[in-house]
Design a protein around this ligand. Structure first.
Ligand SMILES: [Zn+2]
Length: 147
């Protein structure tokens, strides 16, 4: 079955965004006239209307500005407004974290969920990400000892 590209990925204005997403990088748009950054990517700056916008890579890190935990969802996640280190606020979801312990101001980072037709932007807590990193290293070390 041929790979059907998501229609949004075919748009030349956002092709670069989705290419970066597949590499687990988050791109923001920055205006060449007023200097403001924005998300979601648009061809014209939402602050001043300028067409002189260009891509800039985000740190992918930020903090929780607001969140809510809908109880009746098929998968565990929290809806959240994230404030990126770059000052941009965006609405996303928090996954793969201790959702009962989320707090305003908690540090989060981008956690792309790879899927078709397009990667899905999500965030996870730095705490959960570090715990996973530790577990991965422990497994690798155990495997090394065993082999
Ligand atoms: Zn502008």
């Amino acid at each position: 079955m041929p790979h059907d590209k998501n229609p949004i990925e075919q748009s030349p204005e956002v092709a670069e965004f989705w290419q970066a997403a597949r590499e687990r990088r988050l791109l923001l748009k920055r205006c060449g006239d007023c200097g403001e950054r924005h998300f979601y990517p648009r061809p014209y700056c939402p602050f001043c209307g300028s067409a002189r916008t260009s891509w800039e890579q985000s740190s992918g890190r930020g903090t929780i500005y607001a969140f809510s935990r809908p109880r009746k969802l098929p998968q565990p996640l929290a809806m959240a407004v994230i404030e990126l280190q770059e000052g941009v606020r965006l609405t996303s979801v928090i996954v793969e974290a201790e959702l009962d312990r989320l707090a305003i101001g908690q540090e989060v980072e981008v956690y792309w969920r790879m899927g078709e037709p397009a990667p899905e932007l999500a965030f996870t807590t730095i705490e959960a990400q570090e715990a996973r990193g530790y577990a991965t290293r422990a497994i690798a070390e155990a495997a090394g000892v065993g082999g």
